[in-house]
Write a protein that binds this ligand. Structure first.
Ligand SMILES: Nc1nc2c(ncn2[C@@H]2O[C@H](COP(=O)(O)OP(=O)(O)OP(=O)(O)O)[C@@H](O)[C@H]2O)c(=O)[nH]1
Ligand SMILES: [Mg+2]
Length: 244
């Protein structure tokens, strides 16, 4: 009885927290993604909601374009209070009920993508609930490297191992085809039918989605987070959130 009461108390007074790793090659736009998210959503320590509806969309874009973002050597961490837009809550059939979208914190770890830094990524695997893998859609010469890097992540021995000793990635992956604002960006259809067709088919047992975005211009950011949160909630039985 005490345990039941205590778990109900925790559920109603604390926020669910999901840890999300932002990975991808250097220059993909990982830190830019995180900086934009920080401008759009309140951080976990802020009490006042950010009312982006009343602000022109260009405001956060202008702030970001004037900010100097250096290549990441260590890690950048931010925790935001997730707020779902009511429109997508009702239209997204895969999403959990409205109630489940409330009281959620997302803790992001943005790690350096340079080759020499990638060996550090696996340290975070056991604690993460989901992965955002960002691709520079203009960097065609490194698509193969992107594919191999993602495959290495998916096959890392640190993921859940089932009773047959199979290594199974047990967290959702959101692949973001970034820099879609640039004319030379490869579009989603070409990406899906090109080198990344193998990713989609090899990881089809995993929860994976590829979405086109421009993180600098706030194109596709809200939709991306909505999808990720719905999958984090869906995957709760595999990976329990933390309560903060
Ligand atoms: N045009 C355009 N440029 C972008 C976009 N996102 C990021 N960039 C640019 O890409 C460059 C690299 O962005 P970062 O966010 O530093 O990339 P990163 O993935 O964090 O790189 P590392 O920290 O080295 O791993 C910067 O010059 C950004 O302004 C985008 O959506 N559109
Ligand atoms: Mg960075």
């Amino acid at each position: 009885m005490f345990h039941l009461a205590s778990s109900l108390y925790t559920q109603y007074t604390k926020r669910e927290q999901y840890n999300v790793l932002i990975l991808g090659l250097d220059n993909a736009g990982k830190t830019t993604f995180l900086e934009h998210i920080k401008l759009l959503y309140p951080t976990s320590t802020e009490t006042k909601a950010k009312n982006t509806d009343k602000e022109p969309k260009t405001l956060t874009i202008d702030i970001l374009k004037n900010k100097k973002i250096l290549p990441t050597v260590g890690q950048n961490t931010t925790t935001i209070k997730f707020e779902s837009s009511s429109e997508s809550e009702t239209t997204n059939t895969a999403s959990a009920s409205n109630n489940q979208f409330n009281n959620i914190n997302l803790k992001f770890w943005d790690l350096g993508g340079q080759k020499s830094l990638r060996s550090m990524w696996s340290r975070y695997f056991r604690s993460c609930h989901g992965i955002i893998f960002i691709i520079d859609s203009t960097d065609t010469e490194r698509f193969q490297e992107c594919y191999e890097t993602l495959m290495e992540i998916a096959h890392d021995e640190l993921w859940f191992v089932d009773s047959n000793n199979n290594n199974l990635l047990n967290v959702p992956i959101l692949m973001l085809a970034n820099k879609q604002d640039l004319p030379q960006a490869v579009d989603l259809v070409s990406l899906k039918t090109g080198v990344f067709i193998q990713v989609v088919s090899e990881l089809e047992a995993t929860d994976l989605k590829l979405l086109p975005v421009s993180v600098l211009n706030n194109q596709g950011l809200t939709e991306s987070l909505e999808w990720l949160v719905s999958r984090l909630i869906y995957n709760k039985a595999n990976k329990m959130p933390e309560y903060k």
